[in-house]
Design a protein around this ligand. Structure first.
Ligand code: CA
Length: 234
């Protein structure tokens, strides 16, 4: 994975410089942005493989940056960094499309482990699916080789986390799967975020993107007291 591009969005130079050196040391190519607008511009031009996003920025907030990146259909993993330790902020970050959340002060080695896990999840083992394998339900086709989802032939933009969750759950049809199992399989490590809430938010996003009526899901069903299940057609 050497040479993957990481964008650090952080207005405190002392913080970003330390991160920059550490990541370059790990073989990553590092880009820096000090404002939210600069972050959006660099995301468009440099197309980083992963974005480290500070929440408190001088112009627009990290939340706004995250939302705009997703609205533009970009799917690279976003790891939010913040000094705030408010549960409400963590949930809001997830709502807006962040993949994970790290609270400052963080251990640098732990942060790098998170980055590697996110990159692996996004670009690594996802493509190990068998050639040409597809999962189809309703008007949805999940192409496991191309890592693409289409609805009536039109692309549906999922984040890597959403894609992984969808792939996992649809590969095990008609079987209740606990939130703990999903966290273990999809995230693969302990997140700072309460795991149940993390799963619920991502399932809701998938329903909003894929279900004809997200409030009355027909494929991604809630199994009360357990977790979720994919109701295969027919
Ligand atoms: Ca800041």
């Amino acid at each position: 994975m050497a040479g993957e591009k990481i964008l650090i969005v952080e207005d405190e130079r002392a913080v970003s410089r330390g991160l920059e050196y550490a990541l370059q040391d790990e073989g990553f190519e590092v880009f820096l942005a000090e404002t939210g607008m600069e972050a959006l511009e660099t995301t468009r031009t440099a197309e980083p493989n992963l974005i480290l996003l500070d929440l408190r920025l001088p112009d627009i907030s990290g939340f706004d940056v995250c939302r705009t990146i997703r609205q533009e259909g970009r799917r690279q993993p976003i790891l939010m960094l913040t000094a705030l330790d408010e549960p409400v902020d963590k949930v809001l970050g997830l709502e807006l499309g962040a993949d994970d959340y790290v609270v400052k002060p963080y251990d640098l080695r732990e942060l790098i482990a998170r980055i590697r896990a996110l990159l692996r999840r996004a670009y690594g083992d996802l493509s190990k699916a068998s050639q040409g394998e597809k999962i189809t339900f309703g008007n949805i086709v999940i192409d496991l080789e191309q890592l693409r989802v289409t609805q009536d032939g039109e692309p549906v933009y999922l984040t890597p986390t959403e894609f992984r969750l969808l792939r996992y759950i649809t590969s095990r049809p008609n079987r209740p799967i606990s939130r703990e199992t999903l966290i273990e399989a999809v995230w693969g490590y302990d997140s700072d975020i309460g795991s149940d809430r993390t799963v619920d938010v991502h399932i809701r996003h998938l329903r909003e993107k894929l279900e004809p009526d997200p409030a009355q899901p027909q494929w991604l069903l809630t199994v009360r007291g357990v977790g979720y299940k994919f109701q295969a057609p027919g």
